[in-house]
Design a protein around this ligand. Structure first.
Ligand code: C2E
Ligand code: MG
Ligand code: MG
Ligand code: MG
Length: 285
């Protein structure tokens, strides 16, 4: 009857919720442990190429987590968890320090680009963290670039403008990541001090068969020229994608066609031993 069915429904719902919560707590604990013991945490690097010179001018640092039972967990899954439980600060500093130390060893002195979460902004902690990692690694400030997304800047309560200005005053560059997604507002480009705009990969990939997406890529590339800001096309997977973004005047490109994210030499063996190797990891993510 209805009453029994109602009770059953409530019970099933509760169990599912409890399971979900438990799962979440487990993931959180495992993440905390991984960060504390530095086990299973890696930083991979993906090349960013200048179209005019054909040279790799920067590499983006992308965090990777190998969980003992679950295998590779994608950042899309664990970054939000880290943001919600506060571990993002520890994770963020780990990636920054690791990336700066690694970049310090690159003979061609490419820039290293590090993603910064919304939660790392507007807390008064970013500048001291940057000072620390730059001192500890010895990396020249101008070789570090932070990637922030528009969503990070949208929370009006926090004043990111002065913080990002201070970051740039240190000589550290700032890039606007995933441009065009979320609630894009051109006024961001006026009020925030950026060195670079990264065109979201979804537009780049769609440009081949959707005129609207092609028009957006074209528009952002022109905007970059006008504002004197470097434009980077993300998600370049094919020769056709490359040709298209070159034609509209994007300055730099990043994507599987030019190189997948991969571990540094020092981590390559450890990663290969974690069952699948870097390439199959990148295919599975
Ligand atoms: P993102 O910063 O926009 O990074 C680009 C993402 O696109 C990466 O995914 C990269 O592996 C993927 N990608 C690169 N080239 C291609 C391509 O040609 N085709 C396709 N389909 N994808 C491509 P990943 O590593 O899974 O990271 C996802 C997002 O997680 C990143 O987006 C970034 O927002 C976040 N993330 C990654 N590492 C960190 C980190 O250390 N800290 C923070 N706060 N966020 C991070
Ligand atoms: Mg990024
Ligand atoms: Mg992006
Ligand atoms: Mg993204």
């Amino acid at each position: 009857n209805a009453k029994a069915a109602g009770r059953r429904t409530v019970k099933i719902f509760t169990d599912a919720m409890a399971e979900c919560l438990l799962e979440r707590v487990r993931l959180e604990n495992d993440l905390r442990e991984a960060l504390e013991t530095r086990s299973g945490m890696f930083v991979f690097y993906q090349p960013i190429t200048n179209l005019e010179s054909g040279q790799v001018v920067a590499r983006e640092a992308l965090v990777r987590w190998h969980h003992a039972q679950r295998g590779w967990v994608s950042p899309g899954e664990f970054i939000p968890v880290a943001e919600q439980c506060g571990l993002i600060h520890q994770l963020g500093e780990f990636v920054l320090l690791e990336a700066c130390r690694t970049a310090q060893t690159w003979p061609n002195k490419e820039t290293v680009a590090v993603n910064v979460s919304a939660r790392q902004l507007g807390q008064g902690t970013l500048l001291p963290v940057l000072e620390r990692v730059l001192t500890q690694s010895g990396l020249e400030n101008h070789r570090l670039e932070l990637e922030v997304t528009e969503t990070a800047l949208l929370s009006e309560e926090i004043d990111c403008v002065s913080e990002l200005r201070a970051v740039r005053a240190m000589g550290v560059r700032v890039a606007l990541d995933d441009f065009g997604t979320g609630f894009s507002s051109l006024s961001h480009l006026r009020s925030f001090p950026f060195d670079k705009i990264k065109i979201d990969g979804s537009f780049v990939r769609e440009a081949a068969h959707r005129p609207e997406s092609a028009a957006i890529v074209n528009m952002i590339a022109r905007l970059g020229h006008t504002l004197g800001v470097t434009t980077v096309a993300e998600g370049v997977e094919t020769q056709q994608h490359l040709q298209q973004v070159r034609d509209v005047g994007c300055v730099e490109v990043q994507g599987y066609f030019l190189g997948r994210p991969a571990p540094e030499e020092a981590d390559a063996n450890a990663v290969a031993n974690l069952n699948c190797g870097a390439l199959s990891l990148e295919r599975s993510l």
